[in-house]
Design a protein around this ligand. Structure first.
Ligand code: NAG
Ligand code: NAG
Ligand code: NAG
Ligand code: NAG
Ligand code: NAG
Ligand code: ZN
Length: 431
């Protein structure tokens, strides 16, 4: 097996049903059989744009929609980057409230920056006051797992997900054999280790979308591979006897946009701008940029950059549009910028060569992503109206029958996806 398999032995929890029985006896009321808890599998295929199923034959995604729920699309949080948007799925919070504001860890005093993979292992970057659903579920007696899921490598208030596989530093994210192995591992963790919740991550079709562009034949072939994998996953769920009590959610973090290579934004060439006025910069990362001007230089840097390019939007932190729910966090620098769909921001040198990119405005249609669900809790054949990804966390907590942490979403938004509950309650919440 590629990657590191770790089992985190935790103290044993009495099941809630058992506790209920004891409490019931103590209070001399009839003991009720607690409903058996349904399991949840959250799957993310990175960078799966909302409409990637429209130009590729996807029989398995189609079958899942017919048997479950398909949202027309899902609106990710902003910035539309991988770690931040996955952490929104796990916490139900916008970036400014969970603190994972970028894929890269950085220190504005030293100028040190760490890439995606290293940042996965920096606890203090992730553990910034919000608990991901793994930890909340474990504290309430459930068992959880993560395979490659962003945020799954970190510790939160000293606790970590019960079982995990972490991808190695150099890793081929498109290996279908490895994908199937991970699915087999998930089945084992549910049936042998009796986990209640697993988050499973695939790095495609993001990698292929970056390299070849979202309209390429290579991307279409990768969507076929994703669809085959969904077919394999649902077959393994049936073979493992999990179908009656497993709720499967397939979603993603953001979409993908074709990069425009003309009239590019290149900060180094902006008239009257000089990097000698800058104390810290995080540029060359798609369409997003963070800047700290040197003492006394903020107004000057702001004035030379703000009208530098028609596709570039530069703001002082306090003036950044509130609809993004992004800038109100201590990790955001005094100046920040983003560019319009298709345009990436080059800093000192042009080092970005991708044909596809994300990070753009979450209202741009090409940043919208997918949400599909099937299982005992979900309606069948429902085409749901679009919603924001901050609401998924409340749904996961409801499906698992756990009490959520404070969050920015609402269960009400996704309640229409769920089957009507019988008069005596809905599965897990019945305990
Ligand atoms: C950044 O580096 C400085 C200087 O080494 C250190 O004092 C500070 O704690 C660091 N900040 C973070 C967030 O790591
Ligand atoms: C979040 O991180 C920032 C530094 O990046 C730090 O100043 C702040 O205290 C952290 N907050 C929590 C609750 O961990
Ligand atoms: C990754 O593995 C697949 C086969 O599983 C292969 O087709 C592809 O070329 C590999 N990609 C890289 C970058 O090595
Ligand atoms: C694909 O994954 C399988 C199983 O993890 C591994 O044995 C194989 O070497 C991988 N192939 C490539 C091209 O990385
Ligand atoms: C650049 O600075 C010079 C000298 O202060 C000024 O005349 C010119 O208008 C500035 N150009 C822009 C685009 O700000
Ligand atoms: Zn991503």
């Amino acid at each position: 097996m590629s990657g590191l398999l770790q089992f985190k032995g935790k103290k044993m929890f009495a099941s809630l049903g058992f506790l209920f029985a004891i409490l019931s006896i103590a209070r001399c009321v009839p003991v009720q059989q607690a409903a058996s808890r349904d399991k949840v599998l959250l799957v993310s295929f990175d960078g799966f744009r909302w409409n990637y199923d429209q130009d590729v034959d996807t029989p398995n995604l189609d079958a899942m929609a017919a048997e479950g729920v398909k949202a027309r699309y899902m609106t990710p949080a902003f910035v539309t980057l991988t770690s931040p948007c996955h952490f929104t799925l796990l916490t139900g919070k916008y970036l400014e409230n969970h603190g994972v504001i970028h894929n890269m860890w950085f220190n504005t005093s030293t100028g040190v920056k760490m890439p995606y993979y290293v940042t996965q292992g920096i606890n203090s970057w992730w553990d910034n006051g919000s608990l991901p659903i793994w930890i909340t579920a474990q504290r309430q007696g459930l068992k959880t797992g993560s395979i490659y899921f962003p945020g799954g490598r970190a510790k939160y208030q000293g606790e970590e997900v019960n079982m995990k596989i972490v991808e190695p530093p150099i890793f081929n994210y498109s290996n279908e054999t490895n994908w199937r192995q991970n699915i087999d591992t998930v089945m084992e963790w549910f049936t042998v280790n009796n986990l209640d919740f697993i988050a499973l991550y695939f790095g495609e079709p993001d990698s292929t979308g970056h390299k070849y562009g979202p309209e390429s034949e290579q991307r279409k072939a990768m969507v076929s591979q994703v669809d085959r994998t969904i077919g394999y996953l649902r077959q393994r769920i049936r073979e493992s006897g999990l179908e009656p009590n497993l709720n499967l959610i397939i979603t993603s973090d953001h979409g993908m946009e074709t990069v425009i290579k003309t009239n590019e934004i290149h900060i180094q060439t902006v008239e009257n701008f000089t990097f000698s006025d800058i104390q810290f910069e995080l540029l060359d990362y798609g369409p997003n940029g963070l800047l700290i001007p040197k003492e006394g230089k903020l107004e000057h840097v702001y004035s030379v950059l703000k009208n530098a390019h028609p596709k570039l939007h530069v703001y002082k932190k306090e003036e950044f549009p509130k609809r993004f729910h992004y800038a109100n966090n201590p990790r955001i620098t005094p100046l920040l910028m983003y560019s319009d769909p298709g345009y990436v921001i080059h800093g000192r040198f042009k080092v970005q060569f991708n044909k596809g990119e994300h990070g753009f405005d979450n209202e741009a249609m090409n940043m919208k992503t997918i949400f599909r669900a099937v299982g005992p809790a979900f309606k069948q054949g429902l085409l749901a109206e679009p919603f924001e990804s901050v609401n998924v966390y409340a749904l996961l907590c409801e499906l698992l029958g756990i009490v959520p942490e404070p969050h920015d979403g609402s269960l009400e938004v996704l309640k229409p996806l769920l089957r009507e509950c019988p008069a005596d309650g809905c599965g897990n919440t019945d305990i």
